[in-house]
Design a protein around this ligand. Structure first.
Ligand code: HEM
Length: 142
């Protein structure tokens, strides 16, 4: 269960340097100070929106599901008046893995069909040729 401590925007705005960096994403208050160095998009973009609600900026980048789930790791509380559903992120993760496994199963079936055809077609040709040559030899002998 993520941290549900309630903060106001004015409290959050006290943490806007790279040594002490908080922001709000989808109603979650995040302390991303330790994440700044790791952020693939760079430290500066985050510090620019530090101490504020950065939901729009975060969404505008089109962050991956992995990035959205990572948000939970830095949650220290929730924004006053915001409705935050903890299941949101988990559901995203599940639907993503369902899509992936559906894709893998589909892909696997088509590759099995391809292998079967690759084997079956030459065998069919060989049998037809063998049958034909036996039949024509029988004709000649008879
Ligand atoms: C806790 C908050 C954040 C997390 C966990 C996070 C995580 C990430 C991750 C994992 C990536 C790599 C690409 C991806 O997986 O989507 C990324 C890229 C990026 N992020 Fe963030 N990010 C956060 C906040 C922000 C904010 C607030 C901004 C902008 C104000 C931002 C701007 C960017 C940019 C510009 C990139 C590079 C996109 C690219 O090269 O295509 N991020 N972020």
């Amino acid at each position: 269960m993520a941290n549900q401590k309630v903060f106001t925007l004015s409290q959050i705005s006290q943490h806007k340097s790279n040594k002490n960096c908080w922001l709000v994403i989808n109603g979650r208050v995040l302390d991303v100070t330790k994440f700044l160095e790791e952020h693939p998009g760079g430290e500066e973009v985050i510090v620019e929106v530090a101490g504020k609600n950065a939901t729009k900026e975060f969404d505008a980048i089109g962050h991956s599901k992995a990035a959205q789930n990572l948000v939970l790791k830095y949650q220290v509380g929730v924004l006053e008046g915001a409705k935050v559903d903890d299941m949101d992120v988990v559901e995203d993760k599940e639907s993503n893995s369902k899509e992936m496994s559906a894709f893998v199963i589909k892909d696997d079936t088509s590759s099995k069909t391809a292998t079967f055809l690759e084997l079956f077609v030459p065998i069919l040709f060989a049998c037809t040729y063998f049958g034909y040559s036996v039949a024509t030899r029988a004709d000649t002998v008879g």
